[in-house]
Design a protein around this ligand. Structure first.
Ligand SMILES: Cc1ncc(COP(=O)(O)O)c(C=O)c1O
Length: 399
């Protein structure tokens, strides 16, 4: 049997008719950027999450940089984040000129350690950027309490966590602001790149909207006032100005350095269709995870807990800890089964961050997870027969 680590073409077959119709409508409409399809998607995503504001953008990495900037993170500031994540989490911090300060994680959840966040807070700390890794919500009550105690915004990297819940609320509505990715393999994936930011804070949302569009016009001026706490005298006049058909005097004034980060209408149309299926897809991922954890519990693998009282993962990844990661992956590969190595290197030991001075042993749990974690296929279109085959092959490996 041949089972890829993920197979996007299977999902496409399920939704092809709906998607092709929606894409055709956009193509015929002539509105390809920030049109009605994007506005509708933002409204529906806000309803889905239970968030006051959703601002779409070009990808998850941009979402993180935009959120950091909107929170006032500036060059030289420190941002505390997890050592166990995809590179983009820390890259975004460096991207706004700040310094990532890495905290260790818990072995059971792979999520950031609350105690280690506390250890790492200094006078230069400007924000806490947590990740709901593999779709499992982090310990948000404790993290938000720390944020309040030290006056720090809590940014959620929810790029892997759309649909996950914590104490009945959706991941992405738990901190100050949250960032999502619509990369094709994500639980809600576009047919290209895409991302979004969610927040209940209207001014923060407005600042993000300004940053993603060159910090221009009234929105740019308002964002400047909000982020830099400085008044722009001409803003009062601008509130009454109206552009004409040829030239909008507000649009071509820029107040600080933003960027261009927009979601295409075609991607919005695809995401709109997939959003309608998201809860079903996530439920199927959970059923697969449950089966893996039940049947693999008797092997030497450490399997993730599936049922928690207070939170529910959306099972973006299903990761086991193996005594011999390489051996297990190679064996499964020889049986036609694709696996993922998330993540082979912890962020603090990435060569890109060598100047930060971390060494082997600095964050032992994250390092140990990287040596042992193997991700098994968990995409919703896997058949029961395939899941059983994967489990049987793992059991056979350990015999
Ligand atoms: C945890 C995490 N953060 C950030 C990103 C970046 O998202 P994107 O690839 O859309 O830029 C990803 C996914 O790729 C991710 O998994």
């Amino acid at each position: 049997m041949k089972i890829s680590f993920f197979d996007l073409s299977r999902q496409y077959q399920l939704i092809a008719t709906e998607v092709e119709q929606a894409v055709t409508e956009v193509v015929r409409s002539g509105q390809y950027i920030e049109g009605p399809a994007v506005k509708k998607l933002e409204a529906d995503l806000a309803t889905y999450l239970g968030a006051k504001n959703v601002v779409t953008c070009g990808n998850g990495t941009d979402a993180l940089e935009i959120a950091l900037k909107a929170c006032g993170v500036e060059p030289g500031d420190e941002v505390i984040t997890t050592a166990f994540s995809f590179f983009a989490t820390a890259e975004a911090i460096a991207g706004v000129g700040a310094v990532p300060v890495f905290a260790d994680v818990y072995e059971d959840s792979y999520n950031i350690s609350v105690e280690d966040i506390k250890n790492k807070i200094t006078k230069r700390t400007k924000a806490i950027l947590i990740v709901h890794i593999f779709g499992m919500p982090a310990d948000m009550d404790e993290i938000v309490a720390l944020g309040k105690e030290y006056g720090l915004p809590v940014i959620e990297d929810a790029c892997q966590a759309i649909g996950a819940t914590y104490k009945g609320k959706k991941a992405g509505t738990l901190g100050t602001i949250a960032c999502f990715s619509f990369y094709p393999t994500k639980n809600l994936g576009a047919f290209g790149d895409g991302g979004m930011i969610s927040t209940d804070d209207d001014r923060l949302a407005e600042a993000c909207r300004a940053i993603k569009a060159h910090a221009a016009g009234k929105l740019g001026a308002k964002a400047y006032e909000y982020i830099y706490d400085e008044t722009i005298p001409e803003l009062a006049d601008m509130e009454n100005m109206k552009g004409d058909a040829l030239y909008d005097p507000c649009k071509y004034y820029n107040y600080f350095i933003g960027r261009n980060s927009r979601l295409d209408s075609i991607q919005a149309a695809v995401l709109q269709i997939k959003l309608g299926h998201l809860d079903d897809f996530n439920a199927r991922r959970k059923a697969i995870a449950k089966k893996y954890s039940e049947r693999l519990a008797s092997t030497p693998l450490k399997v993730p807990t599936v049922e928690y009282d207070d939170r529910e993962s959306c099972w973006h990844q299903y990761a086991v800890l193996a005594p011999d990661k390489e051996g297990l992956s190679t064996y499964l590969g020889s049986k036609g089964i694709g696996t993922g190595s998330f993540y082979p290197v912890p962020l603090h030991l990435q060569r890109a961050f060598k100047d930060l001075g971390y060494t082997e042993g600095s964050l032992p749990v994250a390092e140990s997870l990287c040596k042992r974690s193997v991700c098994l296929p968990v995409f919703p279109e896997l058949t029961d027969e395939e899941v059983d085959y994967i489990i049987d092959m793992i059991i056979e490996y350990f015999k």
